[in-house]
Write a protein that binds this ligand. Structure first.
Ligand code: FAD
Length: 318
């Protein structure tokens, strides 16, 4: 069976969930070979093996932490040359998309970004994407070179599939661009204790209907009862009620959780663009004609200040 390279997104060997999802998808098209760059492969390797990695290619040199993405691209090029994979899968994070784009150029390959599903096809892996502000769902495949595909978080549930996960050292020589952009400092974001918006399995979002920063606690309390991330529409962000880092939509973040709860959000096309691939969509809106109701799985017509606290109490009671 052909091998499929999976770029491992991790923090000092703590593998992030989107990588485990990639391993699950990779198994549909071949044998997953994980590429772990930087410190912590001893911690990561058993987790990667448990989720189906037949092999882990590892390289740990200071360049991966000291410089921005190019050293990682050099390493993936070396891995691709060593393995001749059927595809290279990378999580659709900001860093992942830059890595993937540079890698595709270096390999002379086509690229598919923000896939939400992946299946094997007679002429190579077929990726499902949601395009034109989620107006269409397309299936496409790369027709030139080794397919490079970025996959959105929550596109698959990680499944255990124990494999060997043997660790092999990857030898990397860095090109002249590798040290082009140095990391000067890193400032950890203040933690809210909530999951990262783009990776969260559940997102609870508030819009203009929340009617003020002082009311957003209603949304946060529901989010916390569900272990969810908090999102916001642009109207709420532009009004200064919630940070831009939490904005969902065309000019915000794109999320694809198992459950998306929109409260006091009308469902403008630019908002849909960032959440329409969510698996189950629930909306709470006092206007029965609100466009958001066209795409929901479950809709509640009502005042969010009555409905959301009741929902929170109900969830807490379970
Ligand atoms: P509104 O459209 O005003 O809707 C508020 C909703 O709340 C209404 O449906 C109302 O019935 C309901 N409501 C009010 N009070 C209550 C209550 N008490 N209980 C229940 N429901 C209530 N938007 C984004 O979200 N993300 C983007 O990334 C984004 N990018 C954009 C990019 C461009 C180039 C442009 C032009 C626009 C963009 N927008 C984006 C803006 C978008 O067009 C909408 O203006 C915005 O999404 C509206 O936000 P909203 O739904 O919160 O507000």
């Amino acid at each position: 069976m052909a091998e499929v390279l999976v770029y491992v997104d991790h923090v000092d060997g703590a593998v992030r969930k989107p990588t485990l999802e990639l391993l699950t998808l990779a198994r549909r098209i071949g044998d997953p070979v994980a590429v772990h760059l930087g410190a912590g492969v001893d911690t990561a390797a058993p987790v990667l093996a448990e989720h189906g990695a037949v092999k882990v290619l590892a390289a740990d040199t200071p360049e991966f932490a000291e410089y921005l993405v190019v050293p990682k691209v050099d390493a993936l090029v070396a891995a691709a040359e060593a393995v001749s994979p059927a595809a290279v899968l990378v999580p659709s994070s900001a860093e992942g998309k830059e890595i993937a784009a540079r890698l595709a150029v270096r390999l002379g390959s086509g690229i598919i970004t923000d896939a939400v599903d992946l299946e094997s096809g007679a002429e190579g892996p077929v990726a499902t994407q949601s395009v034109f502000a989620a107006a269409f769902t397309t299936k496409s495949r790369v027709s030139k070179g080794t397919p490079v595909i970025t996959v959105k978080p929550n596109s698959a549930a990680p499944e255990a599939a124990p494999a060997a996960g043997t660790v092999e050292q990857l030898s990397v020589s860095f090109g002249e661009l590798a040290k082009g952009t140095k990391v000067v400092s890193r400032t950890p974001r203040e933690s809210t204790g909530r999951p990262e918006l783009t990776e969260a399995a559940i997102v609870v979002s508030g819009g203009r209907g929340v009617n003020g920063a002082e009311n957003f606690h209603v949304i946060e309390e529901l989010a916390d009862s569900l272990g969810a991330a908090v999102g916001a529409s642009r109207a709420a962000v532009d009004a200064g009620w919630y940070p831009h880092s939490n904005q969902v939509g065309q000019t915000g973040k794109s999320v694809s959780p198992q459950l998306y709860i929109a409260s006091g959000i009308s469902g403008a096309i630019q908002h849909r663009a960032g959440m329409q691939t969510s698996k189950t969509i629930v909306a709470i809106n006092k206007d029965p004609e609100a466009p958001i109701f066209d795409l929901v799985d479950y809709g509640v017509v009502g005042d969010l200040f009555q409905v959301v606290p009741q929902l929170t109490e109900e969830v807490k009671a379970r």
